[in-house]
Design a protein around this ligand. Structure first.
Ligand SMILES: [Zn+2]
Length: 655
């Protein structure tokens, strides 16, 4: 056990976790020791006979649980990106234990009594102290013993259900994959794509974790499209029941904590603050979005020459795009080679804005050979942190794209950040990796989160980097998307992978024009998911749902977003954001953040775009501040005014 790599800080640069030394059998003992160590530390803080001060209480809590923190960070990163049966077993066992552990700290009465006695005059400390008080109250610190006992049961049950939900979803991506024996059925895919799907004499197209599978845009056989679509919307059917159970338990927990429903509980500590504020915003968007989508549907039916079905939407919208804008997404891919997109696009834009530079560190590795580590430097050559990139899809990786921290920046521990981006790009059997325009956009988006982590300049880990409210965290990442099509950036990376020729200007113009197309579809599928999340989490305590599929249909109908041709981006059974991730009653966050994003994009354009001065202003007022001050104050400091919804409405064609 002396060799367990989690027991001591990593010796690698930036304390990058020593992945090469970590084996599955290290996790459980490290979790156990980590929890025991932190409980002992907490007992010492709670039992102190000194008067409670910021340092001996709040800062002491920040310093506690180092082994647990190291272990959990690595474990959950690997569980998301490279899970095995062994990892899944550990996750099942450890998730409820971690929930119990968190409750043991936040429901510790002696500790809570001391936190209430702490005072401080320092601004950053006083913001953190408020956060702690809020965390404890929201976790039930003020409840009676019997209420707390019920709360612990609810939390543990919810954590088990959430793990089951996510694990059955991971299995469903391959178990519900489209399988064909005759490659002719895959007509529309290019030869390389078809080859990459070949497994044991069959062709297997795994499901990505959203309704509208990318293959629907290309597959020419209508019946194959229908099968793919039905597999997509029908996957993991057992999850409907888990979701209904989770929603009921969350409603009960909200009631215990003094809220009318889970949504009200969640938004109370977000920038939105109230259910009404969220609903007022969504209310402005639903009507115009559905009208736009209906108009798009008419154009598609005209193109097809018959009444289309939901599995025809992507296929004919590609056709209309080609006809109207002479735009073919496939024409772009040769100009979007993965390495070039990063080095000459994503990194290039960051260098122009912030002066930072990147050097690959082949001597440092991740948990999989496809993971690449880059060292990041400030303009003056000073060390900034590590950026770890895991671009490829694999059967052991969950769907979607995300950023996570492997090491949090904090002055408290003198630690520089190690941040990660995960994408789900299909790895070609051979040759270069060519991206779609959507994947390029995702690369810029996730890197926006990475910058938020890398630029963090805060004292305490609790408020480091992206530790901001969910309805704020998407904002910096969305802003970074603007550079994907910024002329100077695009010209630098969009070069043909064989000839090195820049992407023809005509293609660039078409890309910009075609971006406006299909906005109705995109907004409706997003809003439907948002309103579905909302309906599940506005259940009143005691209200139960026997038929989750019927509930889903009724909820979308009632919200005015039901439209047979454009289904919700996530149905209940695969809505991992809200039943397996941290976004319950929080999926609205993306469009909420987009208000700030649209405002900020306008600011950059008004001030000359891609310049060092603009980058420094955004970095100084916003990106470097993490969660160390009120997020809307940080926004106002950056933008110089209150946010308005108008730029968003214009961008989405909703005004
Ligand atoms: Zn994001």
């Amino acid at each position: 056990m002396a060799e367990n790599p989690f027991f001591a800080p990593s010796n690698l640069p930036y304390e990058l976790p020593p992945f090469a030394d970590i084996r599955e059998e290290h996790y459980l003992p490290a979790f156990e020791l980590g929890m025991a160590e932190q409980l002992a530390e907490v007992e010492a803080i709670a039992g102190s006979t000194e008067p409670a001060t910021f340092d001996n209480t709040i800062a002491a809590l920040e310093r506690s649980g180092r082994i647990l923190d190291r272990t959990a960070t690595v474990f959950f990163s690997v569980a998301a990106s490279n899970s095995t049966d062994g990892i899944m077993e550990i996750e099942k066992q450890i998730s409820p234990e971690l929930t119990r552990h968190g409750d043991a700290i936040r429901l510790n009465r002696a500790l809570w009594a001391r936190i209430k006695q702490v005072t401080t005059d320092d601004a950053e400390e006083s913001w953190l102290l408020e956060k702690y008080r809020d965390d404890f109250i929201r976790a039930g610190a003020d409840l009676s013993e019997s209420e707390q006992a019920r709360l612990r049961e609810l939390n543990e049950e919810l954590s088990k259900l959430s793990t089951r939900f996510s694990q059955s979803l991971l299995k469903a991506s391959t178990e519900s994959a489209l399988v064909v024996t005759d490659p002719a059925e895959l007509d529309g895919f290019d030869q390389a794509k078809i080859e990459s799907l070949r497994k044991d004499g069959e062709y297997v197209l795994p499901l990505l974790n959203f309704t509208n599978q990318p293959g629907l845009a290309q597959l020419t056989d209508r019946d194959v499209r229908r099968r793919l679509y039905e597999l997509s919307v029908g996957r993991a059917p057992g999850n409907f029941e888990l979701a209904a159970r989770m929603a009921a338990l969350r409603a009960e927990r909200a009631a215990l904590l003094g809220f009318p429903n889970h949504a009200a509980y969640i938004v109370a500590d977000q920038t939105a603050k109230t259910v009404e504020a969220v609903e007022e915003m969504l209310g402005q968007l639903v009507g115009p979005a559905v009208r736009n989508a209906r108009k798009e549907a008419e154009a598609l039916a005209e193109q097809a020459g018959f009444e289309i079905e939901p599995w025809d939407w992507s296929y004919y919208s590609e056709k209309v795009r080609q006809a109207r804008y002479d735009f073919d997404g496939a024409e772009m891919r040769p100009y979007f080679e993965l390495n070039r997109v990063y080095r000459d696009g994503v990194f290039f834009a960051a260098t122009k804005l912030y002066g930072i530079t990147f050097a690959e560190r082949p001597d440092l590795g991740g948990y999989h050979p496809d993971v690449t580590v880059f060292e990041v430097f400030n303009e003056d050559g000073g060390r900034l942190g590590l950026f770890v990139l895991d671009p490829y899809a694999r059967a052991t990786k969950r769907g979607g794209a995300w950023m996570n921290n492997l090491v949090d920046q904090s002055f408290l521990f003198g630690q520089l950040p190690v941040v990660m981006n995960n994408l789900n790009v299909t790895k070609p059997a051979s040759g270069p990796t060519l991206l779609t325009y959507e994947e390029v956009n995702t690369a810029f988006h996730e890197f926006g989160h990475a910058l938020h982590g890398l630029f963090s300049q805060v004292r305490y880990p609790r408020v480091s980097g992206t530790s901001v409210p969910r309805d704020f965290v998407e904002y910096p990442s969305q802003v970074n998307e603007m550079w994907a099509t910024w002329p100077e950036v695009l010209a630098n990376y969009a070069k043909h992978h064989e000839t090195g020729e820049p992407m023809p200007v005509s293609l660039v113009d078409k890309l910009t024009a075609a971006e406006k197309f299909n906005q109705g579809f995109k907004t409706v599928e997003y809003l439907a998911a948002t309103l579905l999340d909302w309906a599940w989490h506005k259940l009143a305590p005691g209200e139960t749902v026997a038929d989750a599929e019927a509930f889903e249909a009724a909820a979308l109908e009632a919200a005015g977003i039901a439209f047979a041709l454009v289904r919700t981006r996530y149905r209940t059974n695969y809505f991992a954001h809200i039943f397996a991730g941290g976004y319950s009653a929080g999926y609205y966050s993306y469009i909420w953040s987009e208000v700030l994003d649209a405002e900020s994009v306008e600011w950059f354009k008004e001030n000359g775009g891609l310049t060092r001065a603009n980058g420094d202003h955004f970095r100084g007022e916003l990106l470097s501040r993490g969660g160390s001050l009120d997020p809307l104050t940080a926004f106002r400091n950056f933008r110089g005014r209150e946010p308005s919804i108008q730029p968003l409405l214009t961008r989405r064609g909703l005004d």
